[in-house]
Unconditional design. Structure first.
Length: 277
């Protein structure tokens, strides 16, 4: 007597992505309910832009700024960096810490989804809303500062580099929040890493202002892949001939962090099992 086996029908890519697209849409709707926070974020960006403009203008007026980069280029850099921060400062992986605190991480691990992809899609949903904020923030910024707009091919390269930087930033946040599986709290380590990242990513001060060997070191660090590389492409400091090498470095850091994240996540899952008996 033969046994008939029923093999499950292969799932299409659309079926696999469907739940994560739904998670992203839900996160977008959730973030949109906090309208006051939306206006606060735009207002905060405008205040920071005004302060940075004042500082840089004063430095150039006193000839205290590094030579070789005109004031309008630095102001353009500052505006674009602040607009990028509306997206890059979103941390969808902080839910890991919250789920560990309330214990829901145990039941979430039993669900037929990939939790890391859930956190990514949730972060993308929040990011899309904040990306919408870039439009009014840009309009207000243009009232304070005139920025340079590069040719279309440079904008395209900037967009690709920005997406790679977004991936590196997500994986870095993911690793920091996974520490909560062992420490239950990540505030201290996040504060330290965020401070170092803000300084060495080029978000506040262009890394090309660092002297000699120090400049080469900070440009080789993974933090530079988040802000500095896209911004230097935008300014034209990285020419078209250097796009491939610059993006390859970003991609290499992304792959390195992805492999490390997979190892840490696997170890974290085993730790939850141990804690739960």
């Amino acid at each position: 007597m033969s046994v008939v086996r029923f093999e499950p029908a292969p799932r299409s890519l659309r079926d696999v992505l469907a739940p994560y697209l739904a998670f992203a849409a839900k996160a977008f709707s959730r973030e949109a309910t906090y309208r006051m926070e939306v206006f606060t974020n735009v207002g905060s960006l405008v205040v920071r832009l005004y302060l940075m403009k004042t500082v840089w203008t004063a430095l150039y007026a006193q000839n205290a700024a590094p030579a070789g980069v005109p004031l309008h280029a630095v102001l353009t850099y500052t505006v674009v960096a602040l607009l990028m921060s509306l997206v890059l400062e979103i941390d969808g992986t902080r839910a890991i810490r919250d789920k560990i605190h309330d214990g829901s991480i145990a039941t979430d691990l039993m669900k037929p989804i990939s939790l890391p992809f859930y956190f990514f899609s949730d972060g993308v949903g929040m990011t899309l809303l904040h990306a919408v904020l870039i439009v009014p923030a840009l309009l207000v910024s243009l009232l304070l500062v005139h920025i340079d707009v590069p040719p279309p091919h440079v904008l395209a390269a900037f967009a690709v580099s920005f997406l790679l930087g977004y991936l590196v930033n997500f994986l870095l946040n993911f690793l920091m929040n996974c520490v909560a599986f062992w420490t239950l709290e990540t505030f201290a380590i996040q504060l330290m890493v965020r401070w170092v990242s803000d300084l060495l990513s080029g978000q506040i001060v262009p890394l090309i202002f660092f002297p000699g060997l120090l400049q080469k070191i900070v440009l080789a660090l993974p933090f530079a892949a988040i802000y500095s590389t896209p911004l230097l492409i935008y300014l034209g400091t990285i020419p078209p001939s250097g796009y491939l090498a610059a993006m390859a470095t970003q991609l290499a850091w992304g792959l390195a962090f992805a492999i490390l994240s997979a190892i840490v996540w696997r170890a974290a899952q085993r730790r939850v099992v141990v804690q739960g008996g």
